[in-house]
Design a protein around this ligand. Structure first.
Ligand code: ATP
Ligand code: MG
Length: 593
């Protein structure tokens, strides 16, 4: 259950609640998520998934995963697999197996024959270009096709031949006979089927015609008994067509009719798409990033795909919480991608175990370590695993004579307000001891290679030392993370920045030339690989800590951010991806601007 469980009902919930009150669907709620398997799912699809599956959960209904596989030229089995996996990973259950539009091709064909026999559809010999030109404009009506008044017999014969492959691609279409003068251009005799002699990833070579979206979609919904067919706003103008097709099939149906009983007429409802800032969303553009090698694949951690976010370390909960929080409206607005990043921070803060890792190390030698004689000793100090979750327990971290701290936690000529380590200054090493720096060692080129420090044995665990003789208590302002050089595990860390510099990367500037593409807005510095980072030896979430159900190892590196273990890791080389920093650096930049 999410934080927004009791949020006010959005307009689609109000429609459903009114339907339930009037008994329109007998209290049933059946929705579907209908992706086309022509790419990986992106964060926009996650919104649609959360909406459709979420409504089914809330109203004790069901939601189908149905592939809209009506365009064999662009669809592949691997996309089917990744989409199925993504929906399951997000935590949704699609009652049984995924469904496929192609399973209904035969029924769709029968309904098309029925429309021909009712005089509501005809075969047109015009090509795509001619059809487009004769469609008319918003101001002028369209021109009827010379083939519009073919006889039912001729249409039936030609349509069957289209099906069995007697015509070349694009040579004939089946069109609905509606109204060439309709103010809604979608109703000017839309195409229902096109000839396409293509191999389909599921039906093989069985079909030589493929249905158009508008014809197919309502029938798919109807066959599955969908009550509320939820889609995005660009289909608002198609709704009259959606309704026309179902009504045309139902015309003359009823008890004792030769056509049979009426079919279910779902209600189409449109909502505004998710449009996040700093990213492109269309599958065509995402595919271009993949094929041009800008990213390593659809699941590159910088991609706005669900598989990209998963690999980056986002949790399903954080994506679902984000989708709940942004709400559902008919208003088309951009959403700050920072809100998704915040949802990840918020969830990971609660559940990610803490570890210490030094990403850009500088060596620290504790010169008075072993003053008692045992220089090589290791002290194991208790460190809390997650201050937000007492049940996560604690672990022990080793403290030794040689440590690493973060290079930018030290400054030689530090301003007064620099509360981290500086010559003569003192800081707390978290869970360790207080140290002060008394010597800076440089190489011949003047680079700092080592800091020589002393520790105060009275500050064990990072606690304040007892007051001095006059009753004064020493204070430090800075607390740093650190690792023991002898124990640390050397790892690779990949840090990501946004893929684009600008909020709307695919908006072409007015003065741009014809060769402009959204690649102009790419942030070419979006990946930073740090190959010598040092991580405390307890890198695995301990057994006492909550594991992640999806098998992904996620941690917070203290003071750095949230990270996850990447699949590129091998037995002797661990690779971590930075999911998100602890604070939003973009918000800070925007504030300064
Ligand atoms: P794209 O334009 O990115 O290729 P699409 O709409 O063609 O996306 P589909 O596979 O047809 O992709 O989409 C499946 C479902 O997801 C549809 O119901 C569609 O309306 C919905 N959807 C797609 N993009 C978004 C988005 N940005 N926000 C919300 N829902 C979306
Ligand atoms: Mg689509």
């Amino acid at each position: 259950m999410t934080a927004t469980e009791d949020a006010p009902a959005h307009f689609i919930r109000r429609i459903i609640e009114a339907d339930n009150a009037s008994g329109k669907w007998g209290g049933q709620v059946r929705t579907r998520f209908p992706p086309e398997p022509n790419g990986f799912l992106h964060i926009g699809h996650a919104k649609s998934i959360c909406l459709n599956f979420g409504l089914a959960e809330r109203y004790n209904g069901s939601c189908n995963l149905r592939f809209d596989d009506t365009n064999p030229a662009k669809e592949e089995q691997r996309y089917v697999d990744s989409i199925t996996n993504d929906v399951q990973w997000l935590g949704f259950d699609f009652a049984g197996q995924p469904r496929f539009a192609s399973d209904y091709f035969e029924t769709m064909y029968d309904y098309a024959v029925e429309l021909i026999r009712k005089g509501k559809a005809y075969v047109d010999d015009q090509n795509a270009e001619q059809i487009r030109e004769s469609r008319g404009t918003l101001k002028e009506p369209g021109t009827p096709s010379p083939h519009r008044d073919r006889s039912v017999e001729e249409n039936l014969d030609l349509f069957e031949k289209m099906r069995t492959g007697e015509f070349p691609d694009g040579s004939k279409v089946l069109r609905a006979k509606i109204d060439m003068a309709s103010p809604n251009i979608n109703l000017r005799d839309p195409v229902m089927y096109r000839v396409l002699n293509a191999h389909h990833h599921r039906t093989g070579d069985a079909w030589h015609i493929y249905p158009m979206y508008d014809w197919a979609h309502g029938i798919e919904d109807s066959i599955e008994g969908i009550t509320h067919s939820i889609c995005t706003l660009e289909f608002e103008d198609h709704r009259p067509l959606y309704d026309w097709f179902i009504e045309a099939i139902n015309e003359g149906r009823g008890p004792g009719s030769e056509w049979g009983e009426p079919i279910v007429h779902p209600q189409q409802i449109e909502f505004a798409k998710l449009r996040p800032t700093y990213t492109v969303m269309s599958k065509r553009n995402l595919l271009k990033l993949v094929t041009d090698g800008v990213v390593s694949g659809w699941d590159d951690p910088r991609m706005p795909t669900i598989s990209g976010y998963r690999r980056r370390g986002y949790t399903p909960e954080s994506i679902r919480n984000f989708c709940d929080e942004i709400g559902v409206t008919k208003f088309d607005a951009m959403i700050d991608i920072g809100r998704l990043e915040n949802a990840a921070r918020e969830h990971l803060n609660k559940v990610a175990p803490r570890r210490m890792a030094v990403l850009d190390p500088i060596k620290v030698t504790i010169t008075n370590w072993g003053d008692g004689g045992d220089e090589g000793r290791t002290e194991w100090l208790e460190a809390v695993n997650n201050p937000e979750d007492p049940s996560a327990g604690s672990r022990e971290v080793p403290f030794t004579k040689t440590l690493y701290i973060e290079r930018d936690d030290f400054m030689e000529d530090a301003p007064r307000k620099f509360f981290r380590l500086k010559p003569g200054g003192e800081v707390r090493l978290r869970y360790g001891y207080w140290i002060s720096c008394h010597e800076v060692v440089k190489d011949d080129a003047g680079n700092i290679v080592e800091l020589r420090c002393t520790y105060d044995p009275q500050t064990k665990g990072g606690d304040s030392p007892p007051p001095d003789a006059e009753g004064n208590v020493r204070k430090v302002k800075g607390t740093l993370h650190w690792v023991s050089a002898d124990h640390a595990v050397k790892v690779e860390v990949r840090q990501f920045d946004r893929l684009f510099w600008v909020e709307k990367p695919d908006r072409k500037p007015k003065d741009a030339g014809d060769d402009w593409t959204f690649f102009e807005n790419l942030n070419r510095d979006s990946l930073q690989v740090l190959d010598a980072c040092y991580l405390e030896p307890n890198w695995k979430p301990g057994e006492s800590e909550a594991g992640f159900a999806d098998g992904i190892t996620r941690v917070q590196f203290e003071r750095q951010g949230y990270f996850c273990l990447d699949d590129d890791s091998t037995g002797d080389r661990l690779v971590f991806n930075r999911t998100v920093s602890l604070k939003d650096s973009w918000a800070k930049q925007a504030g300064k601007g």
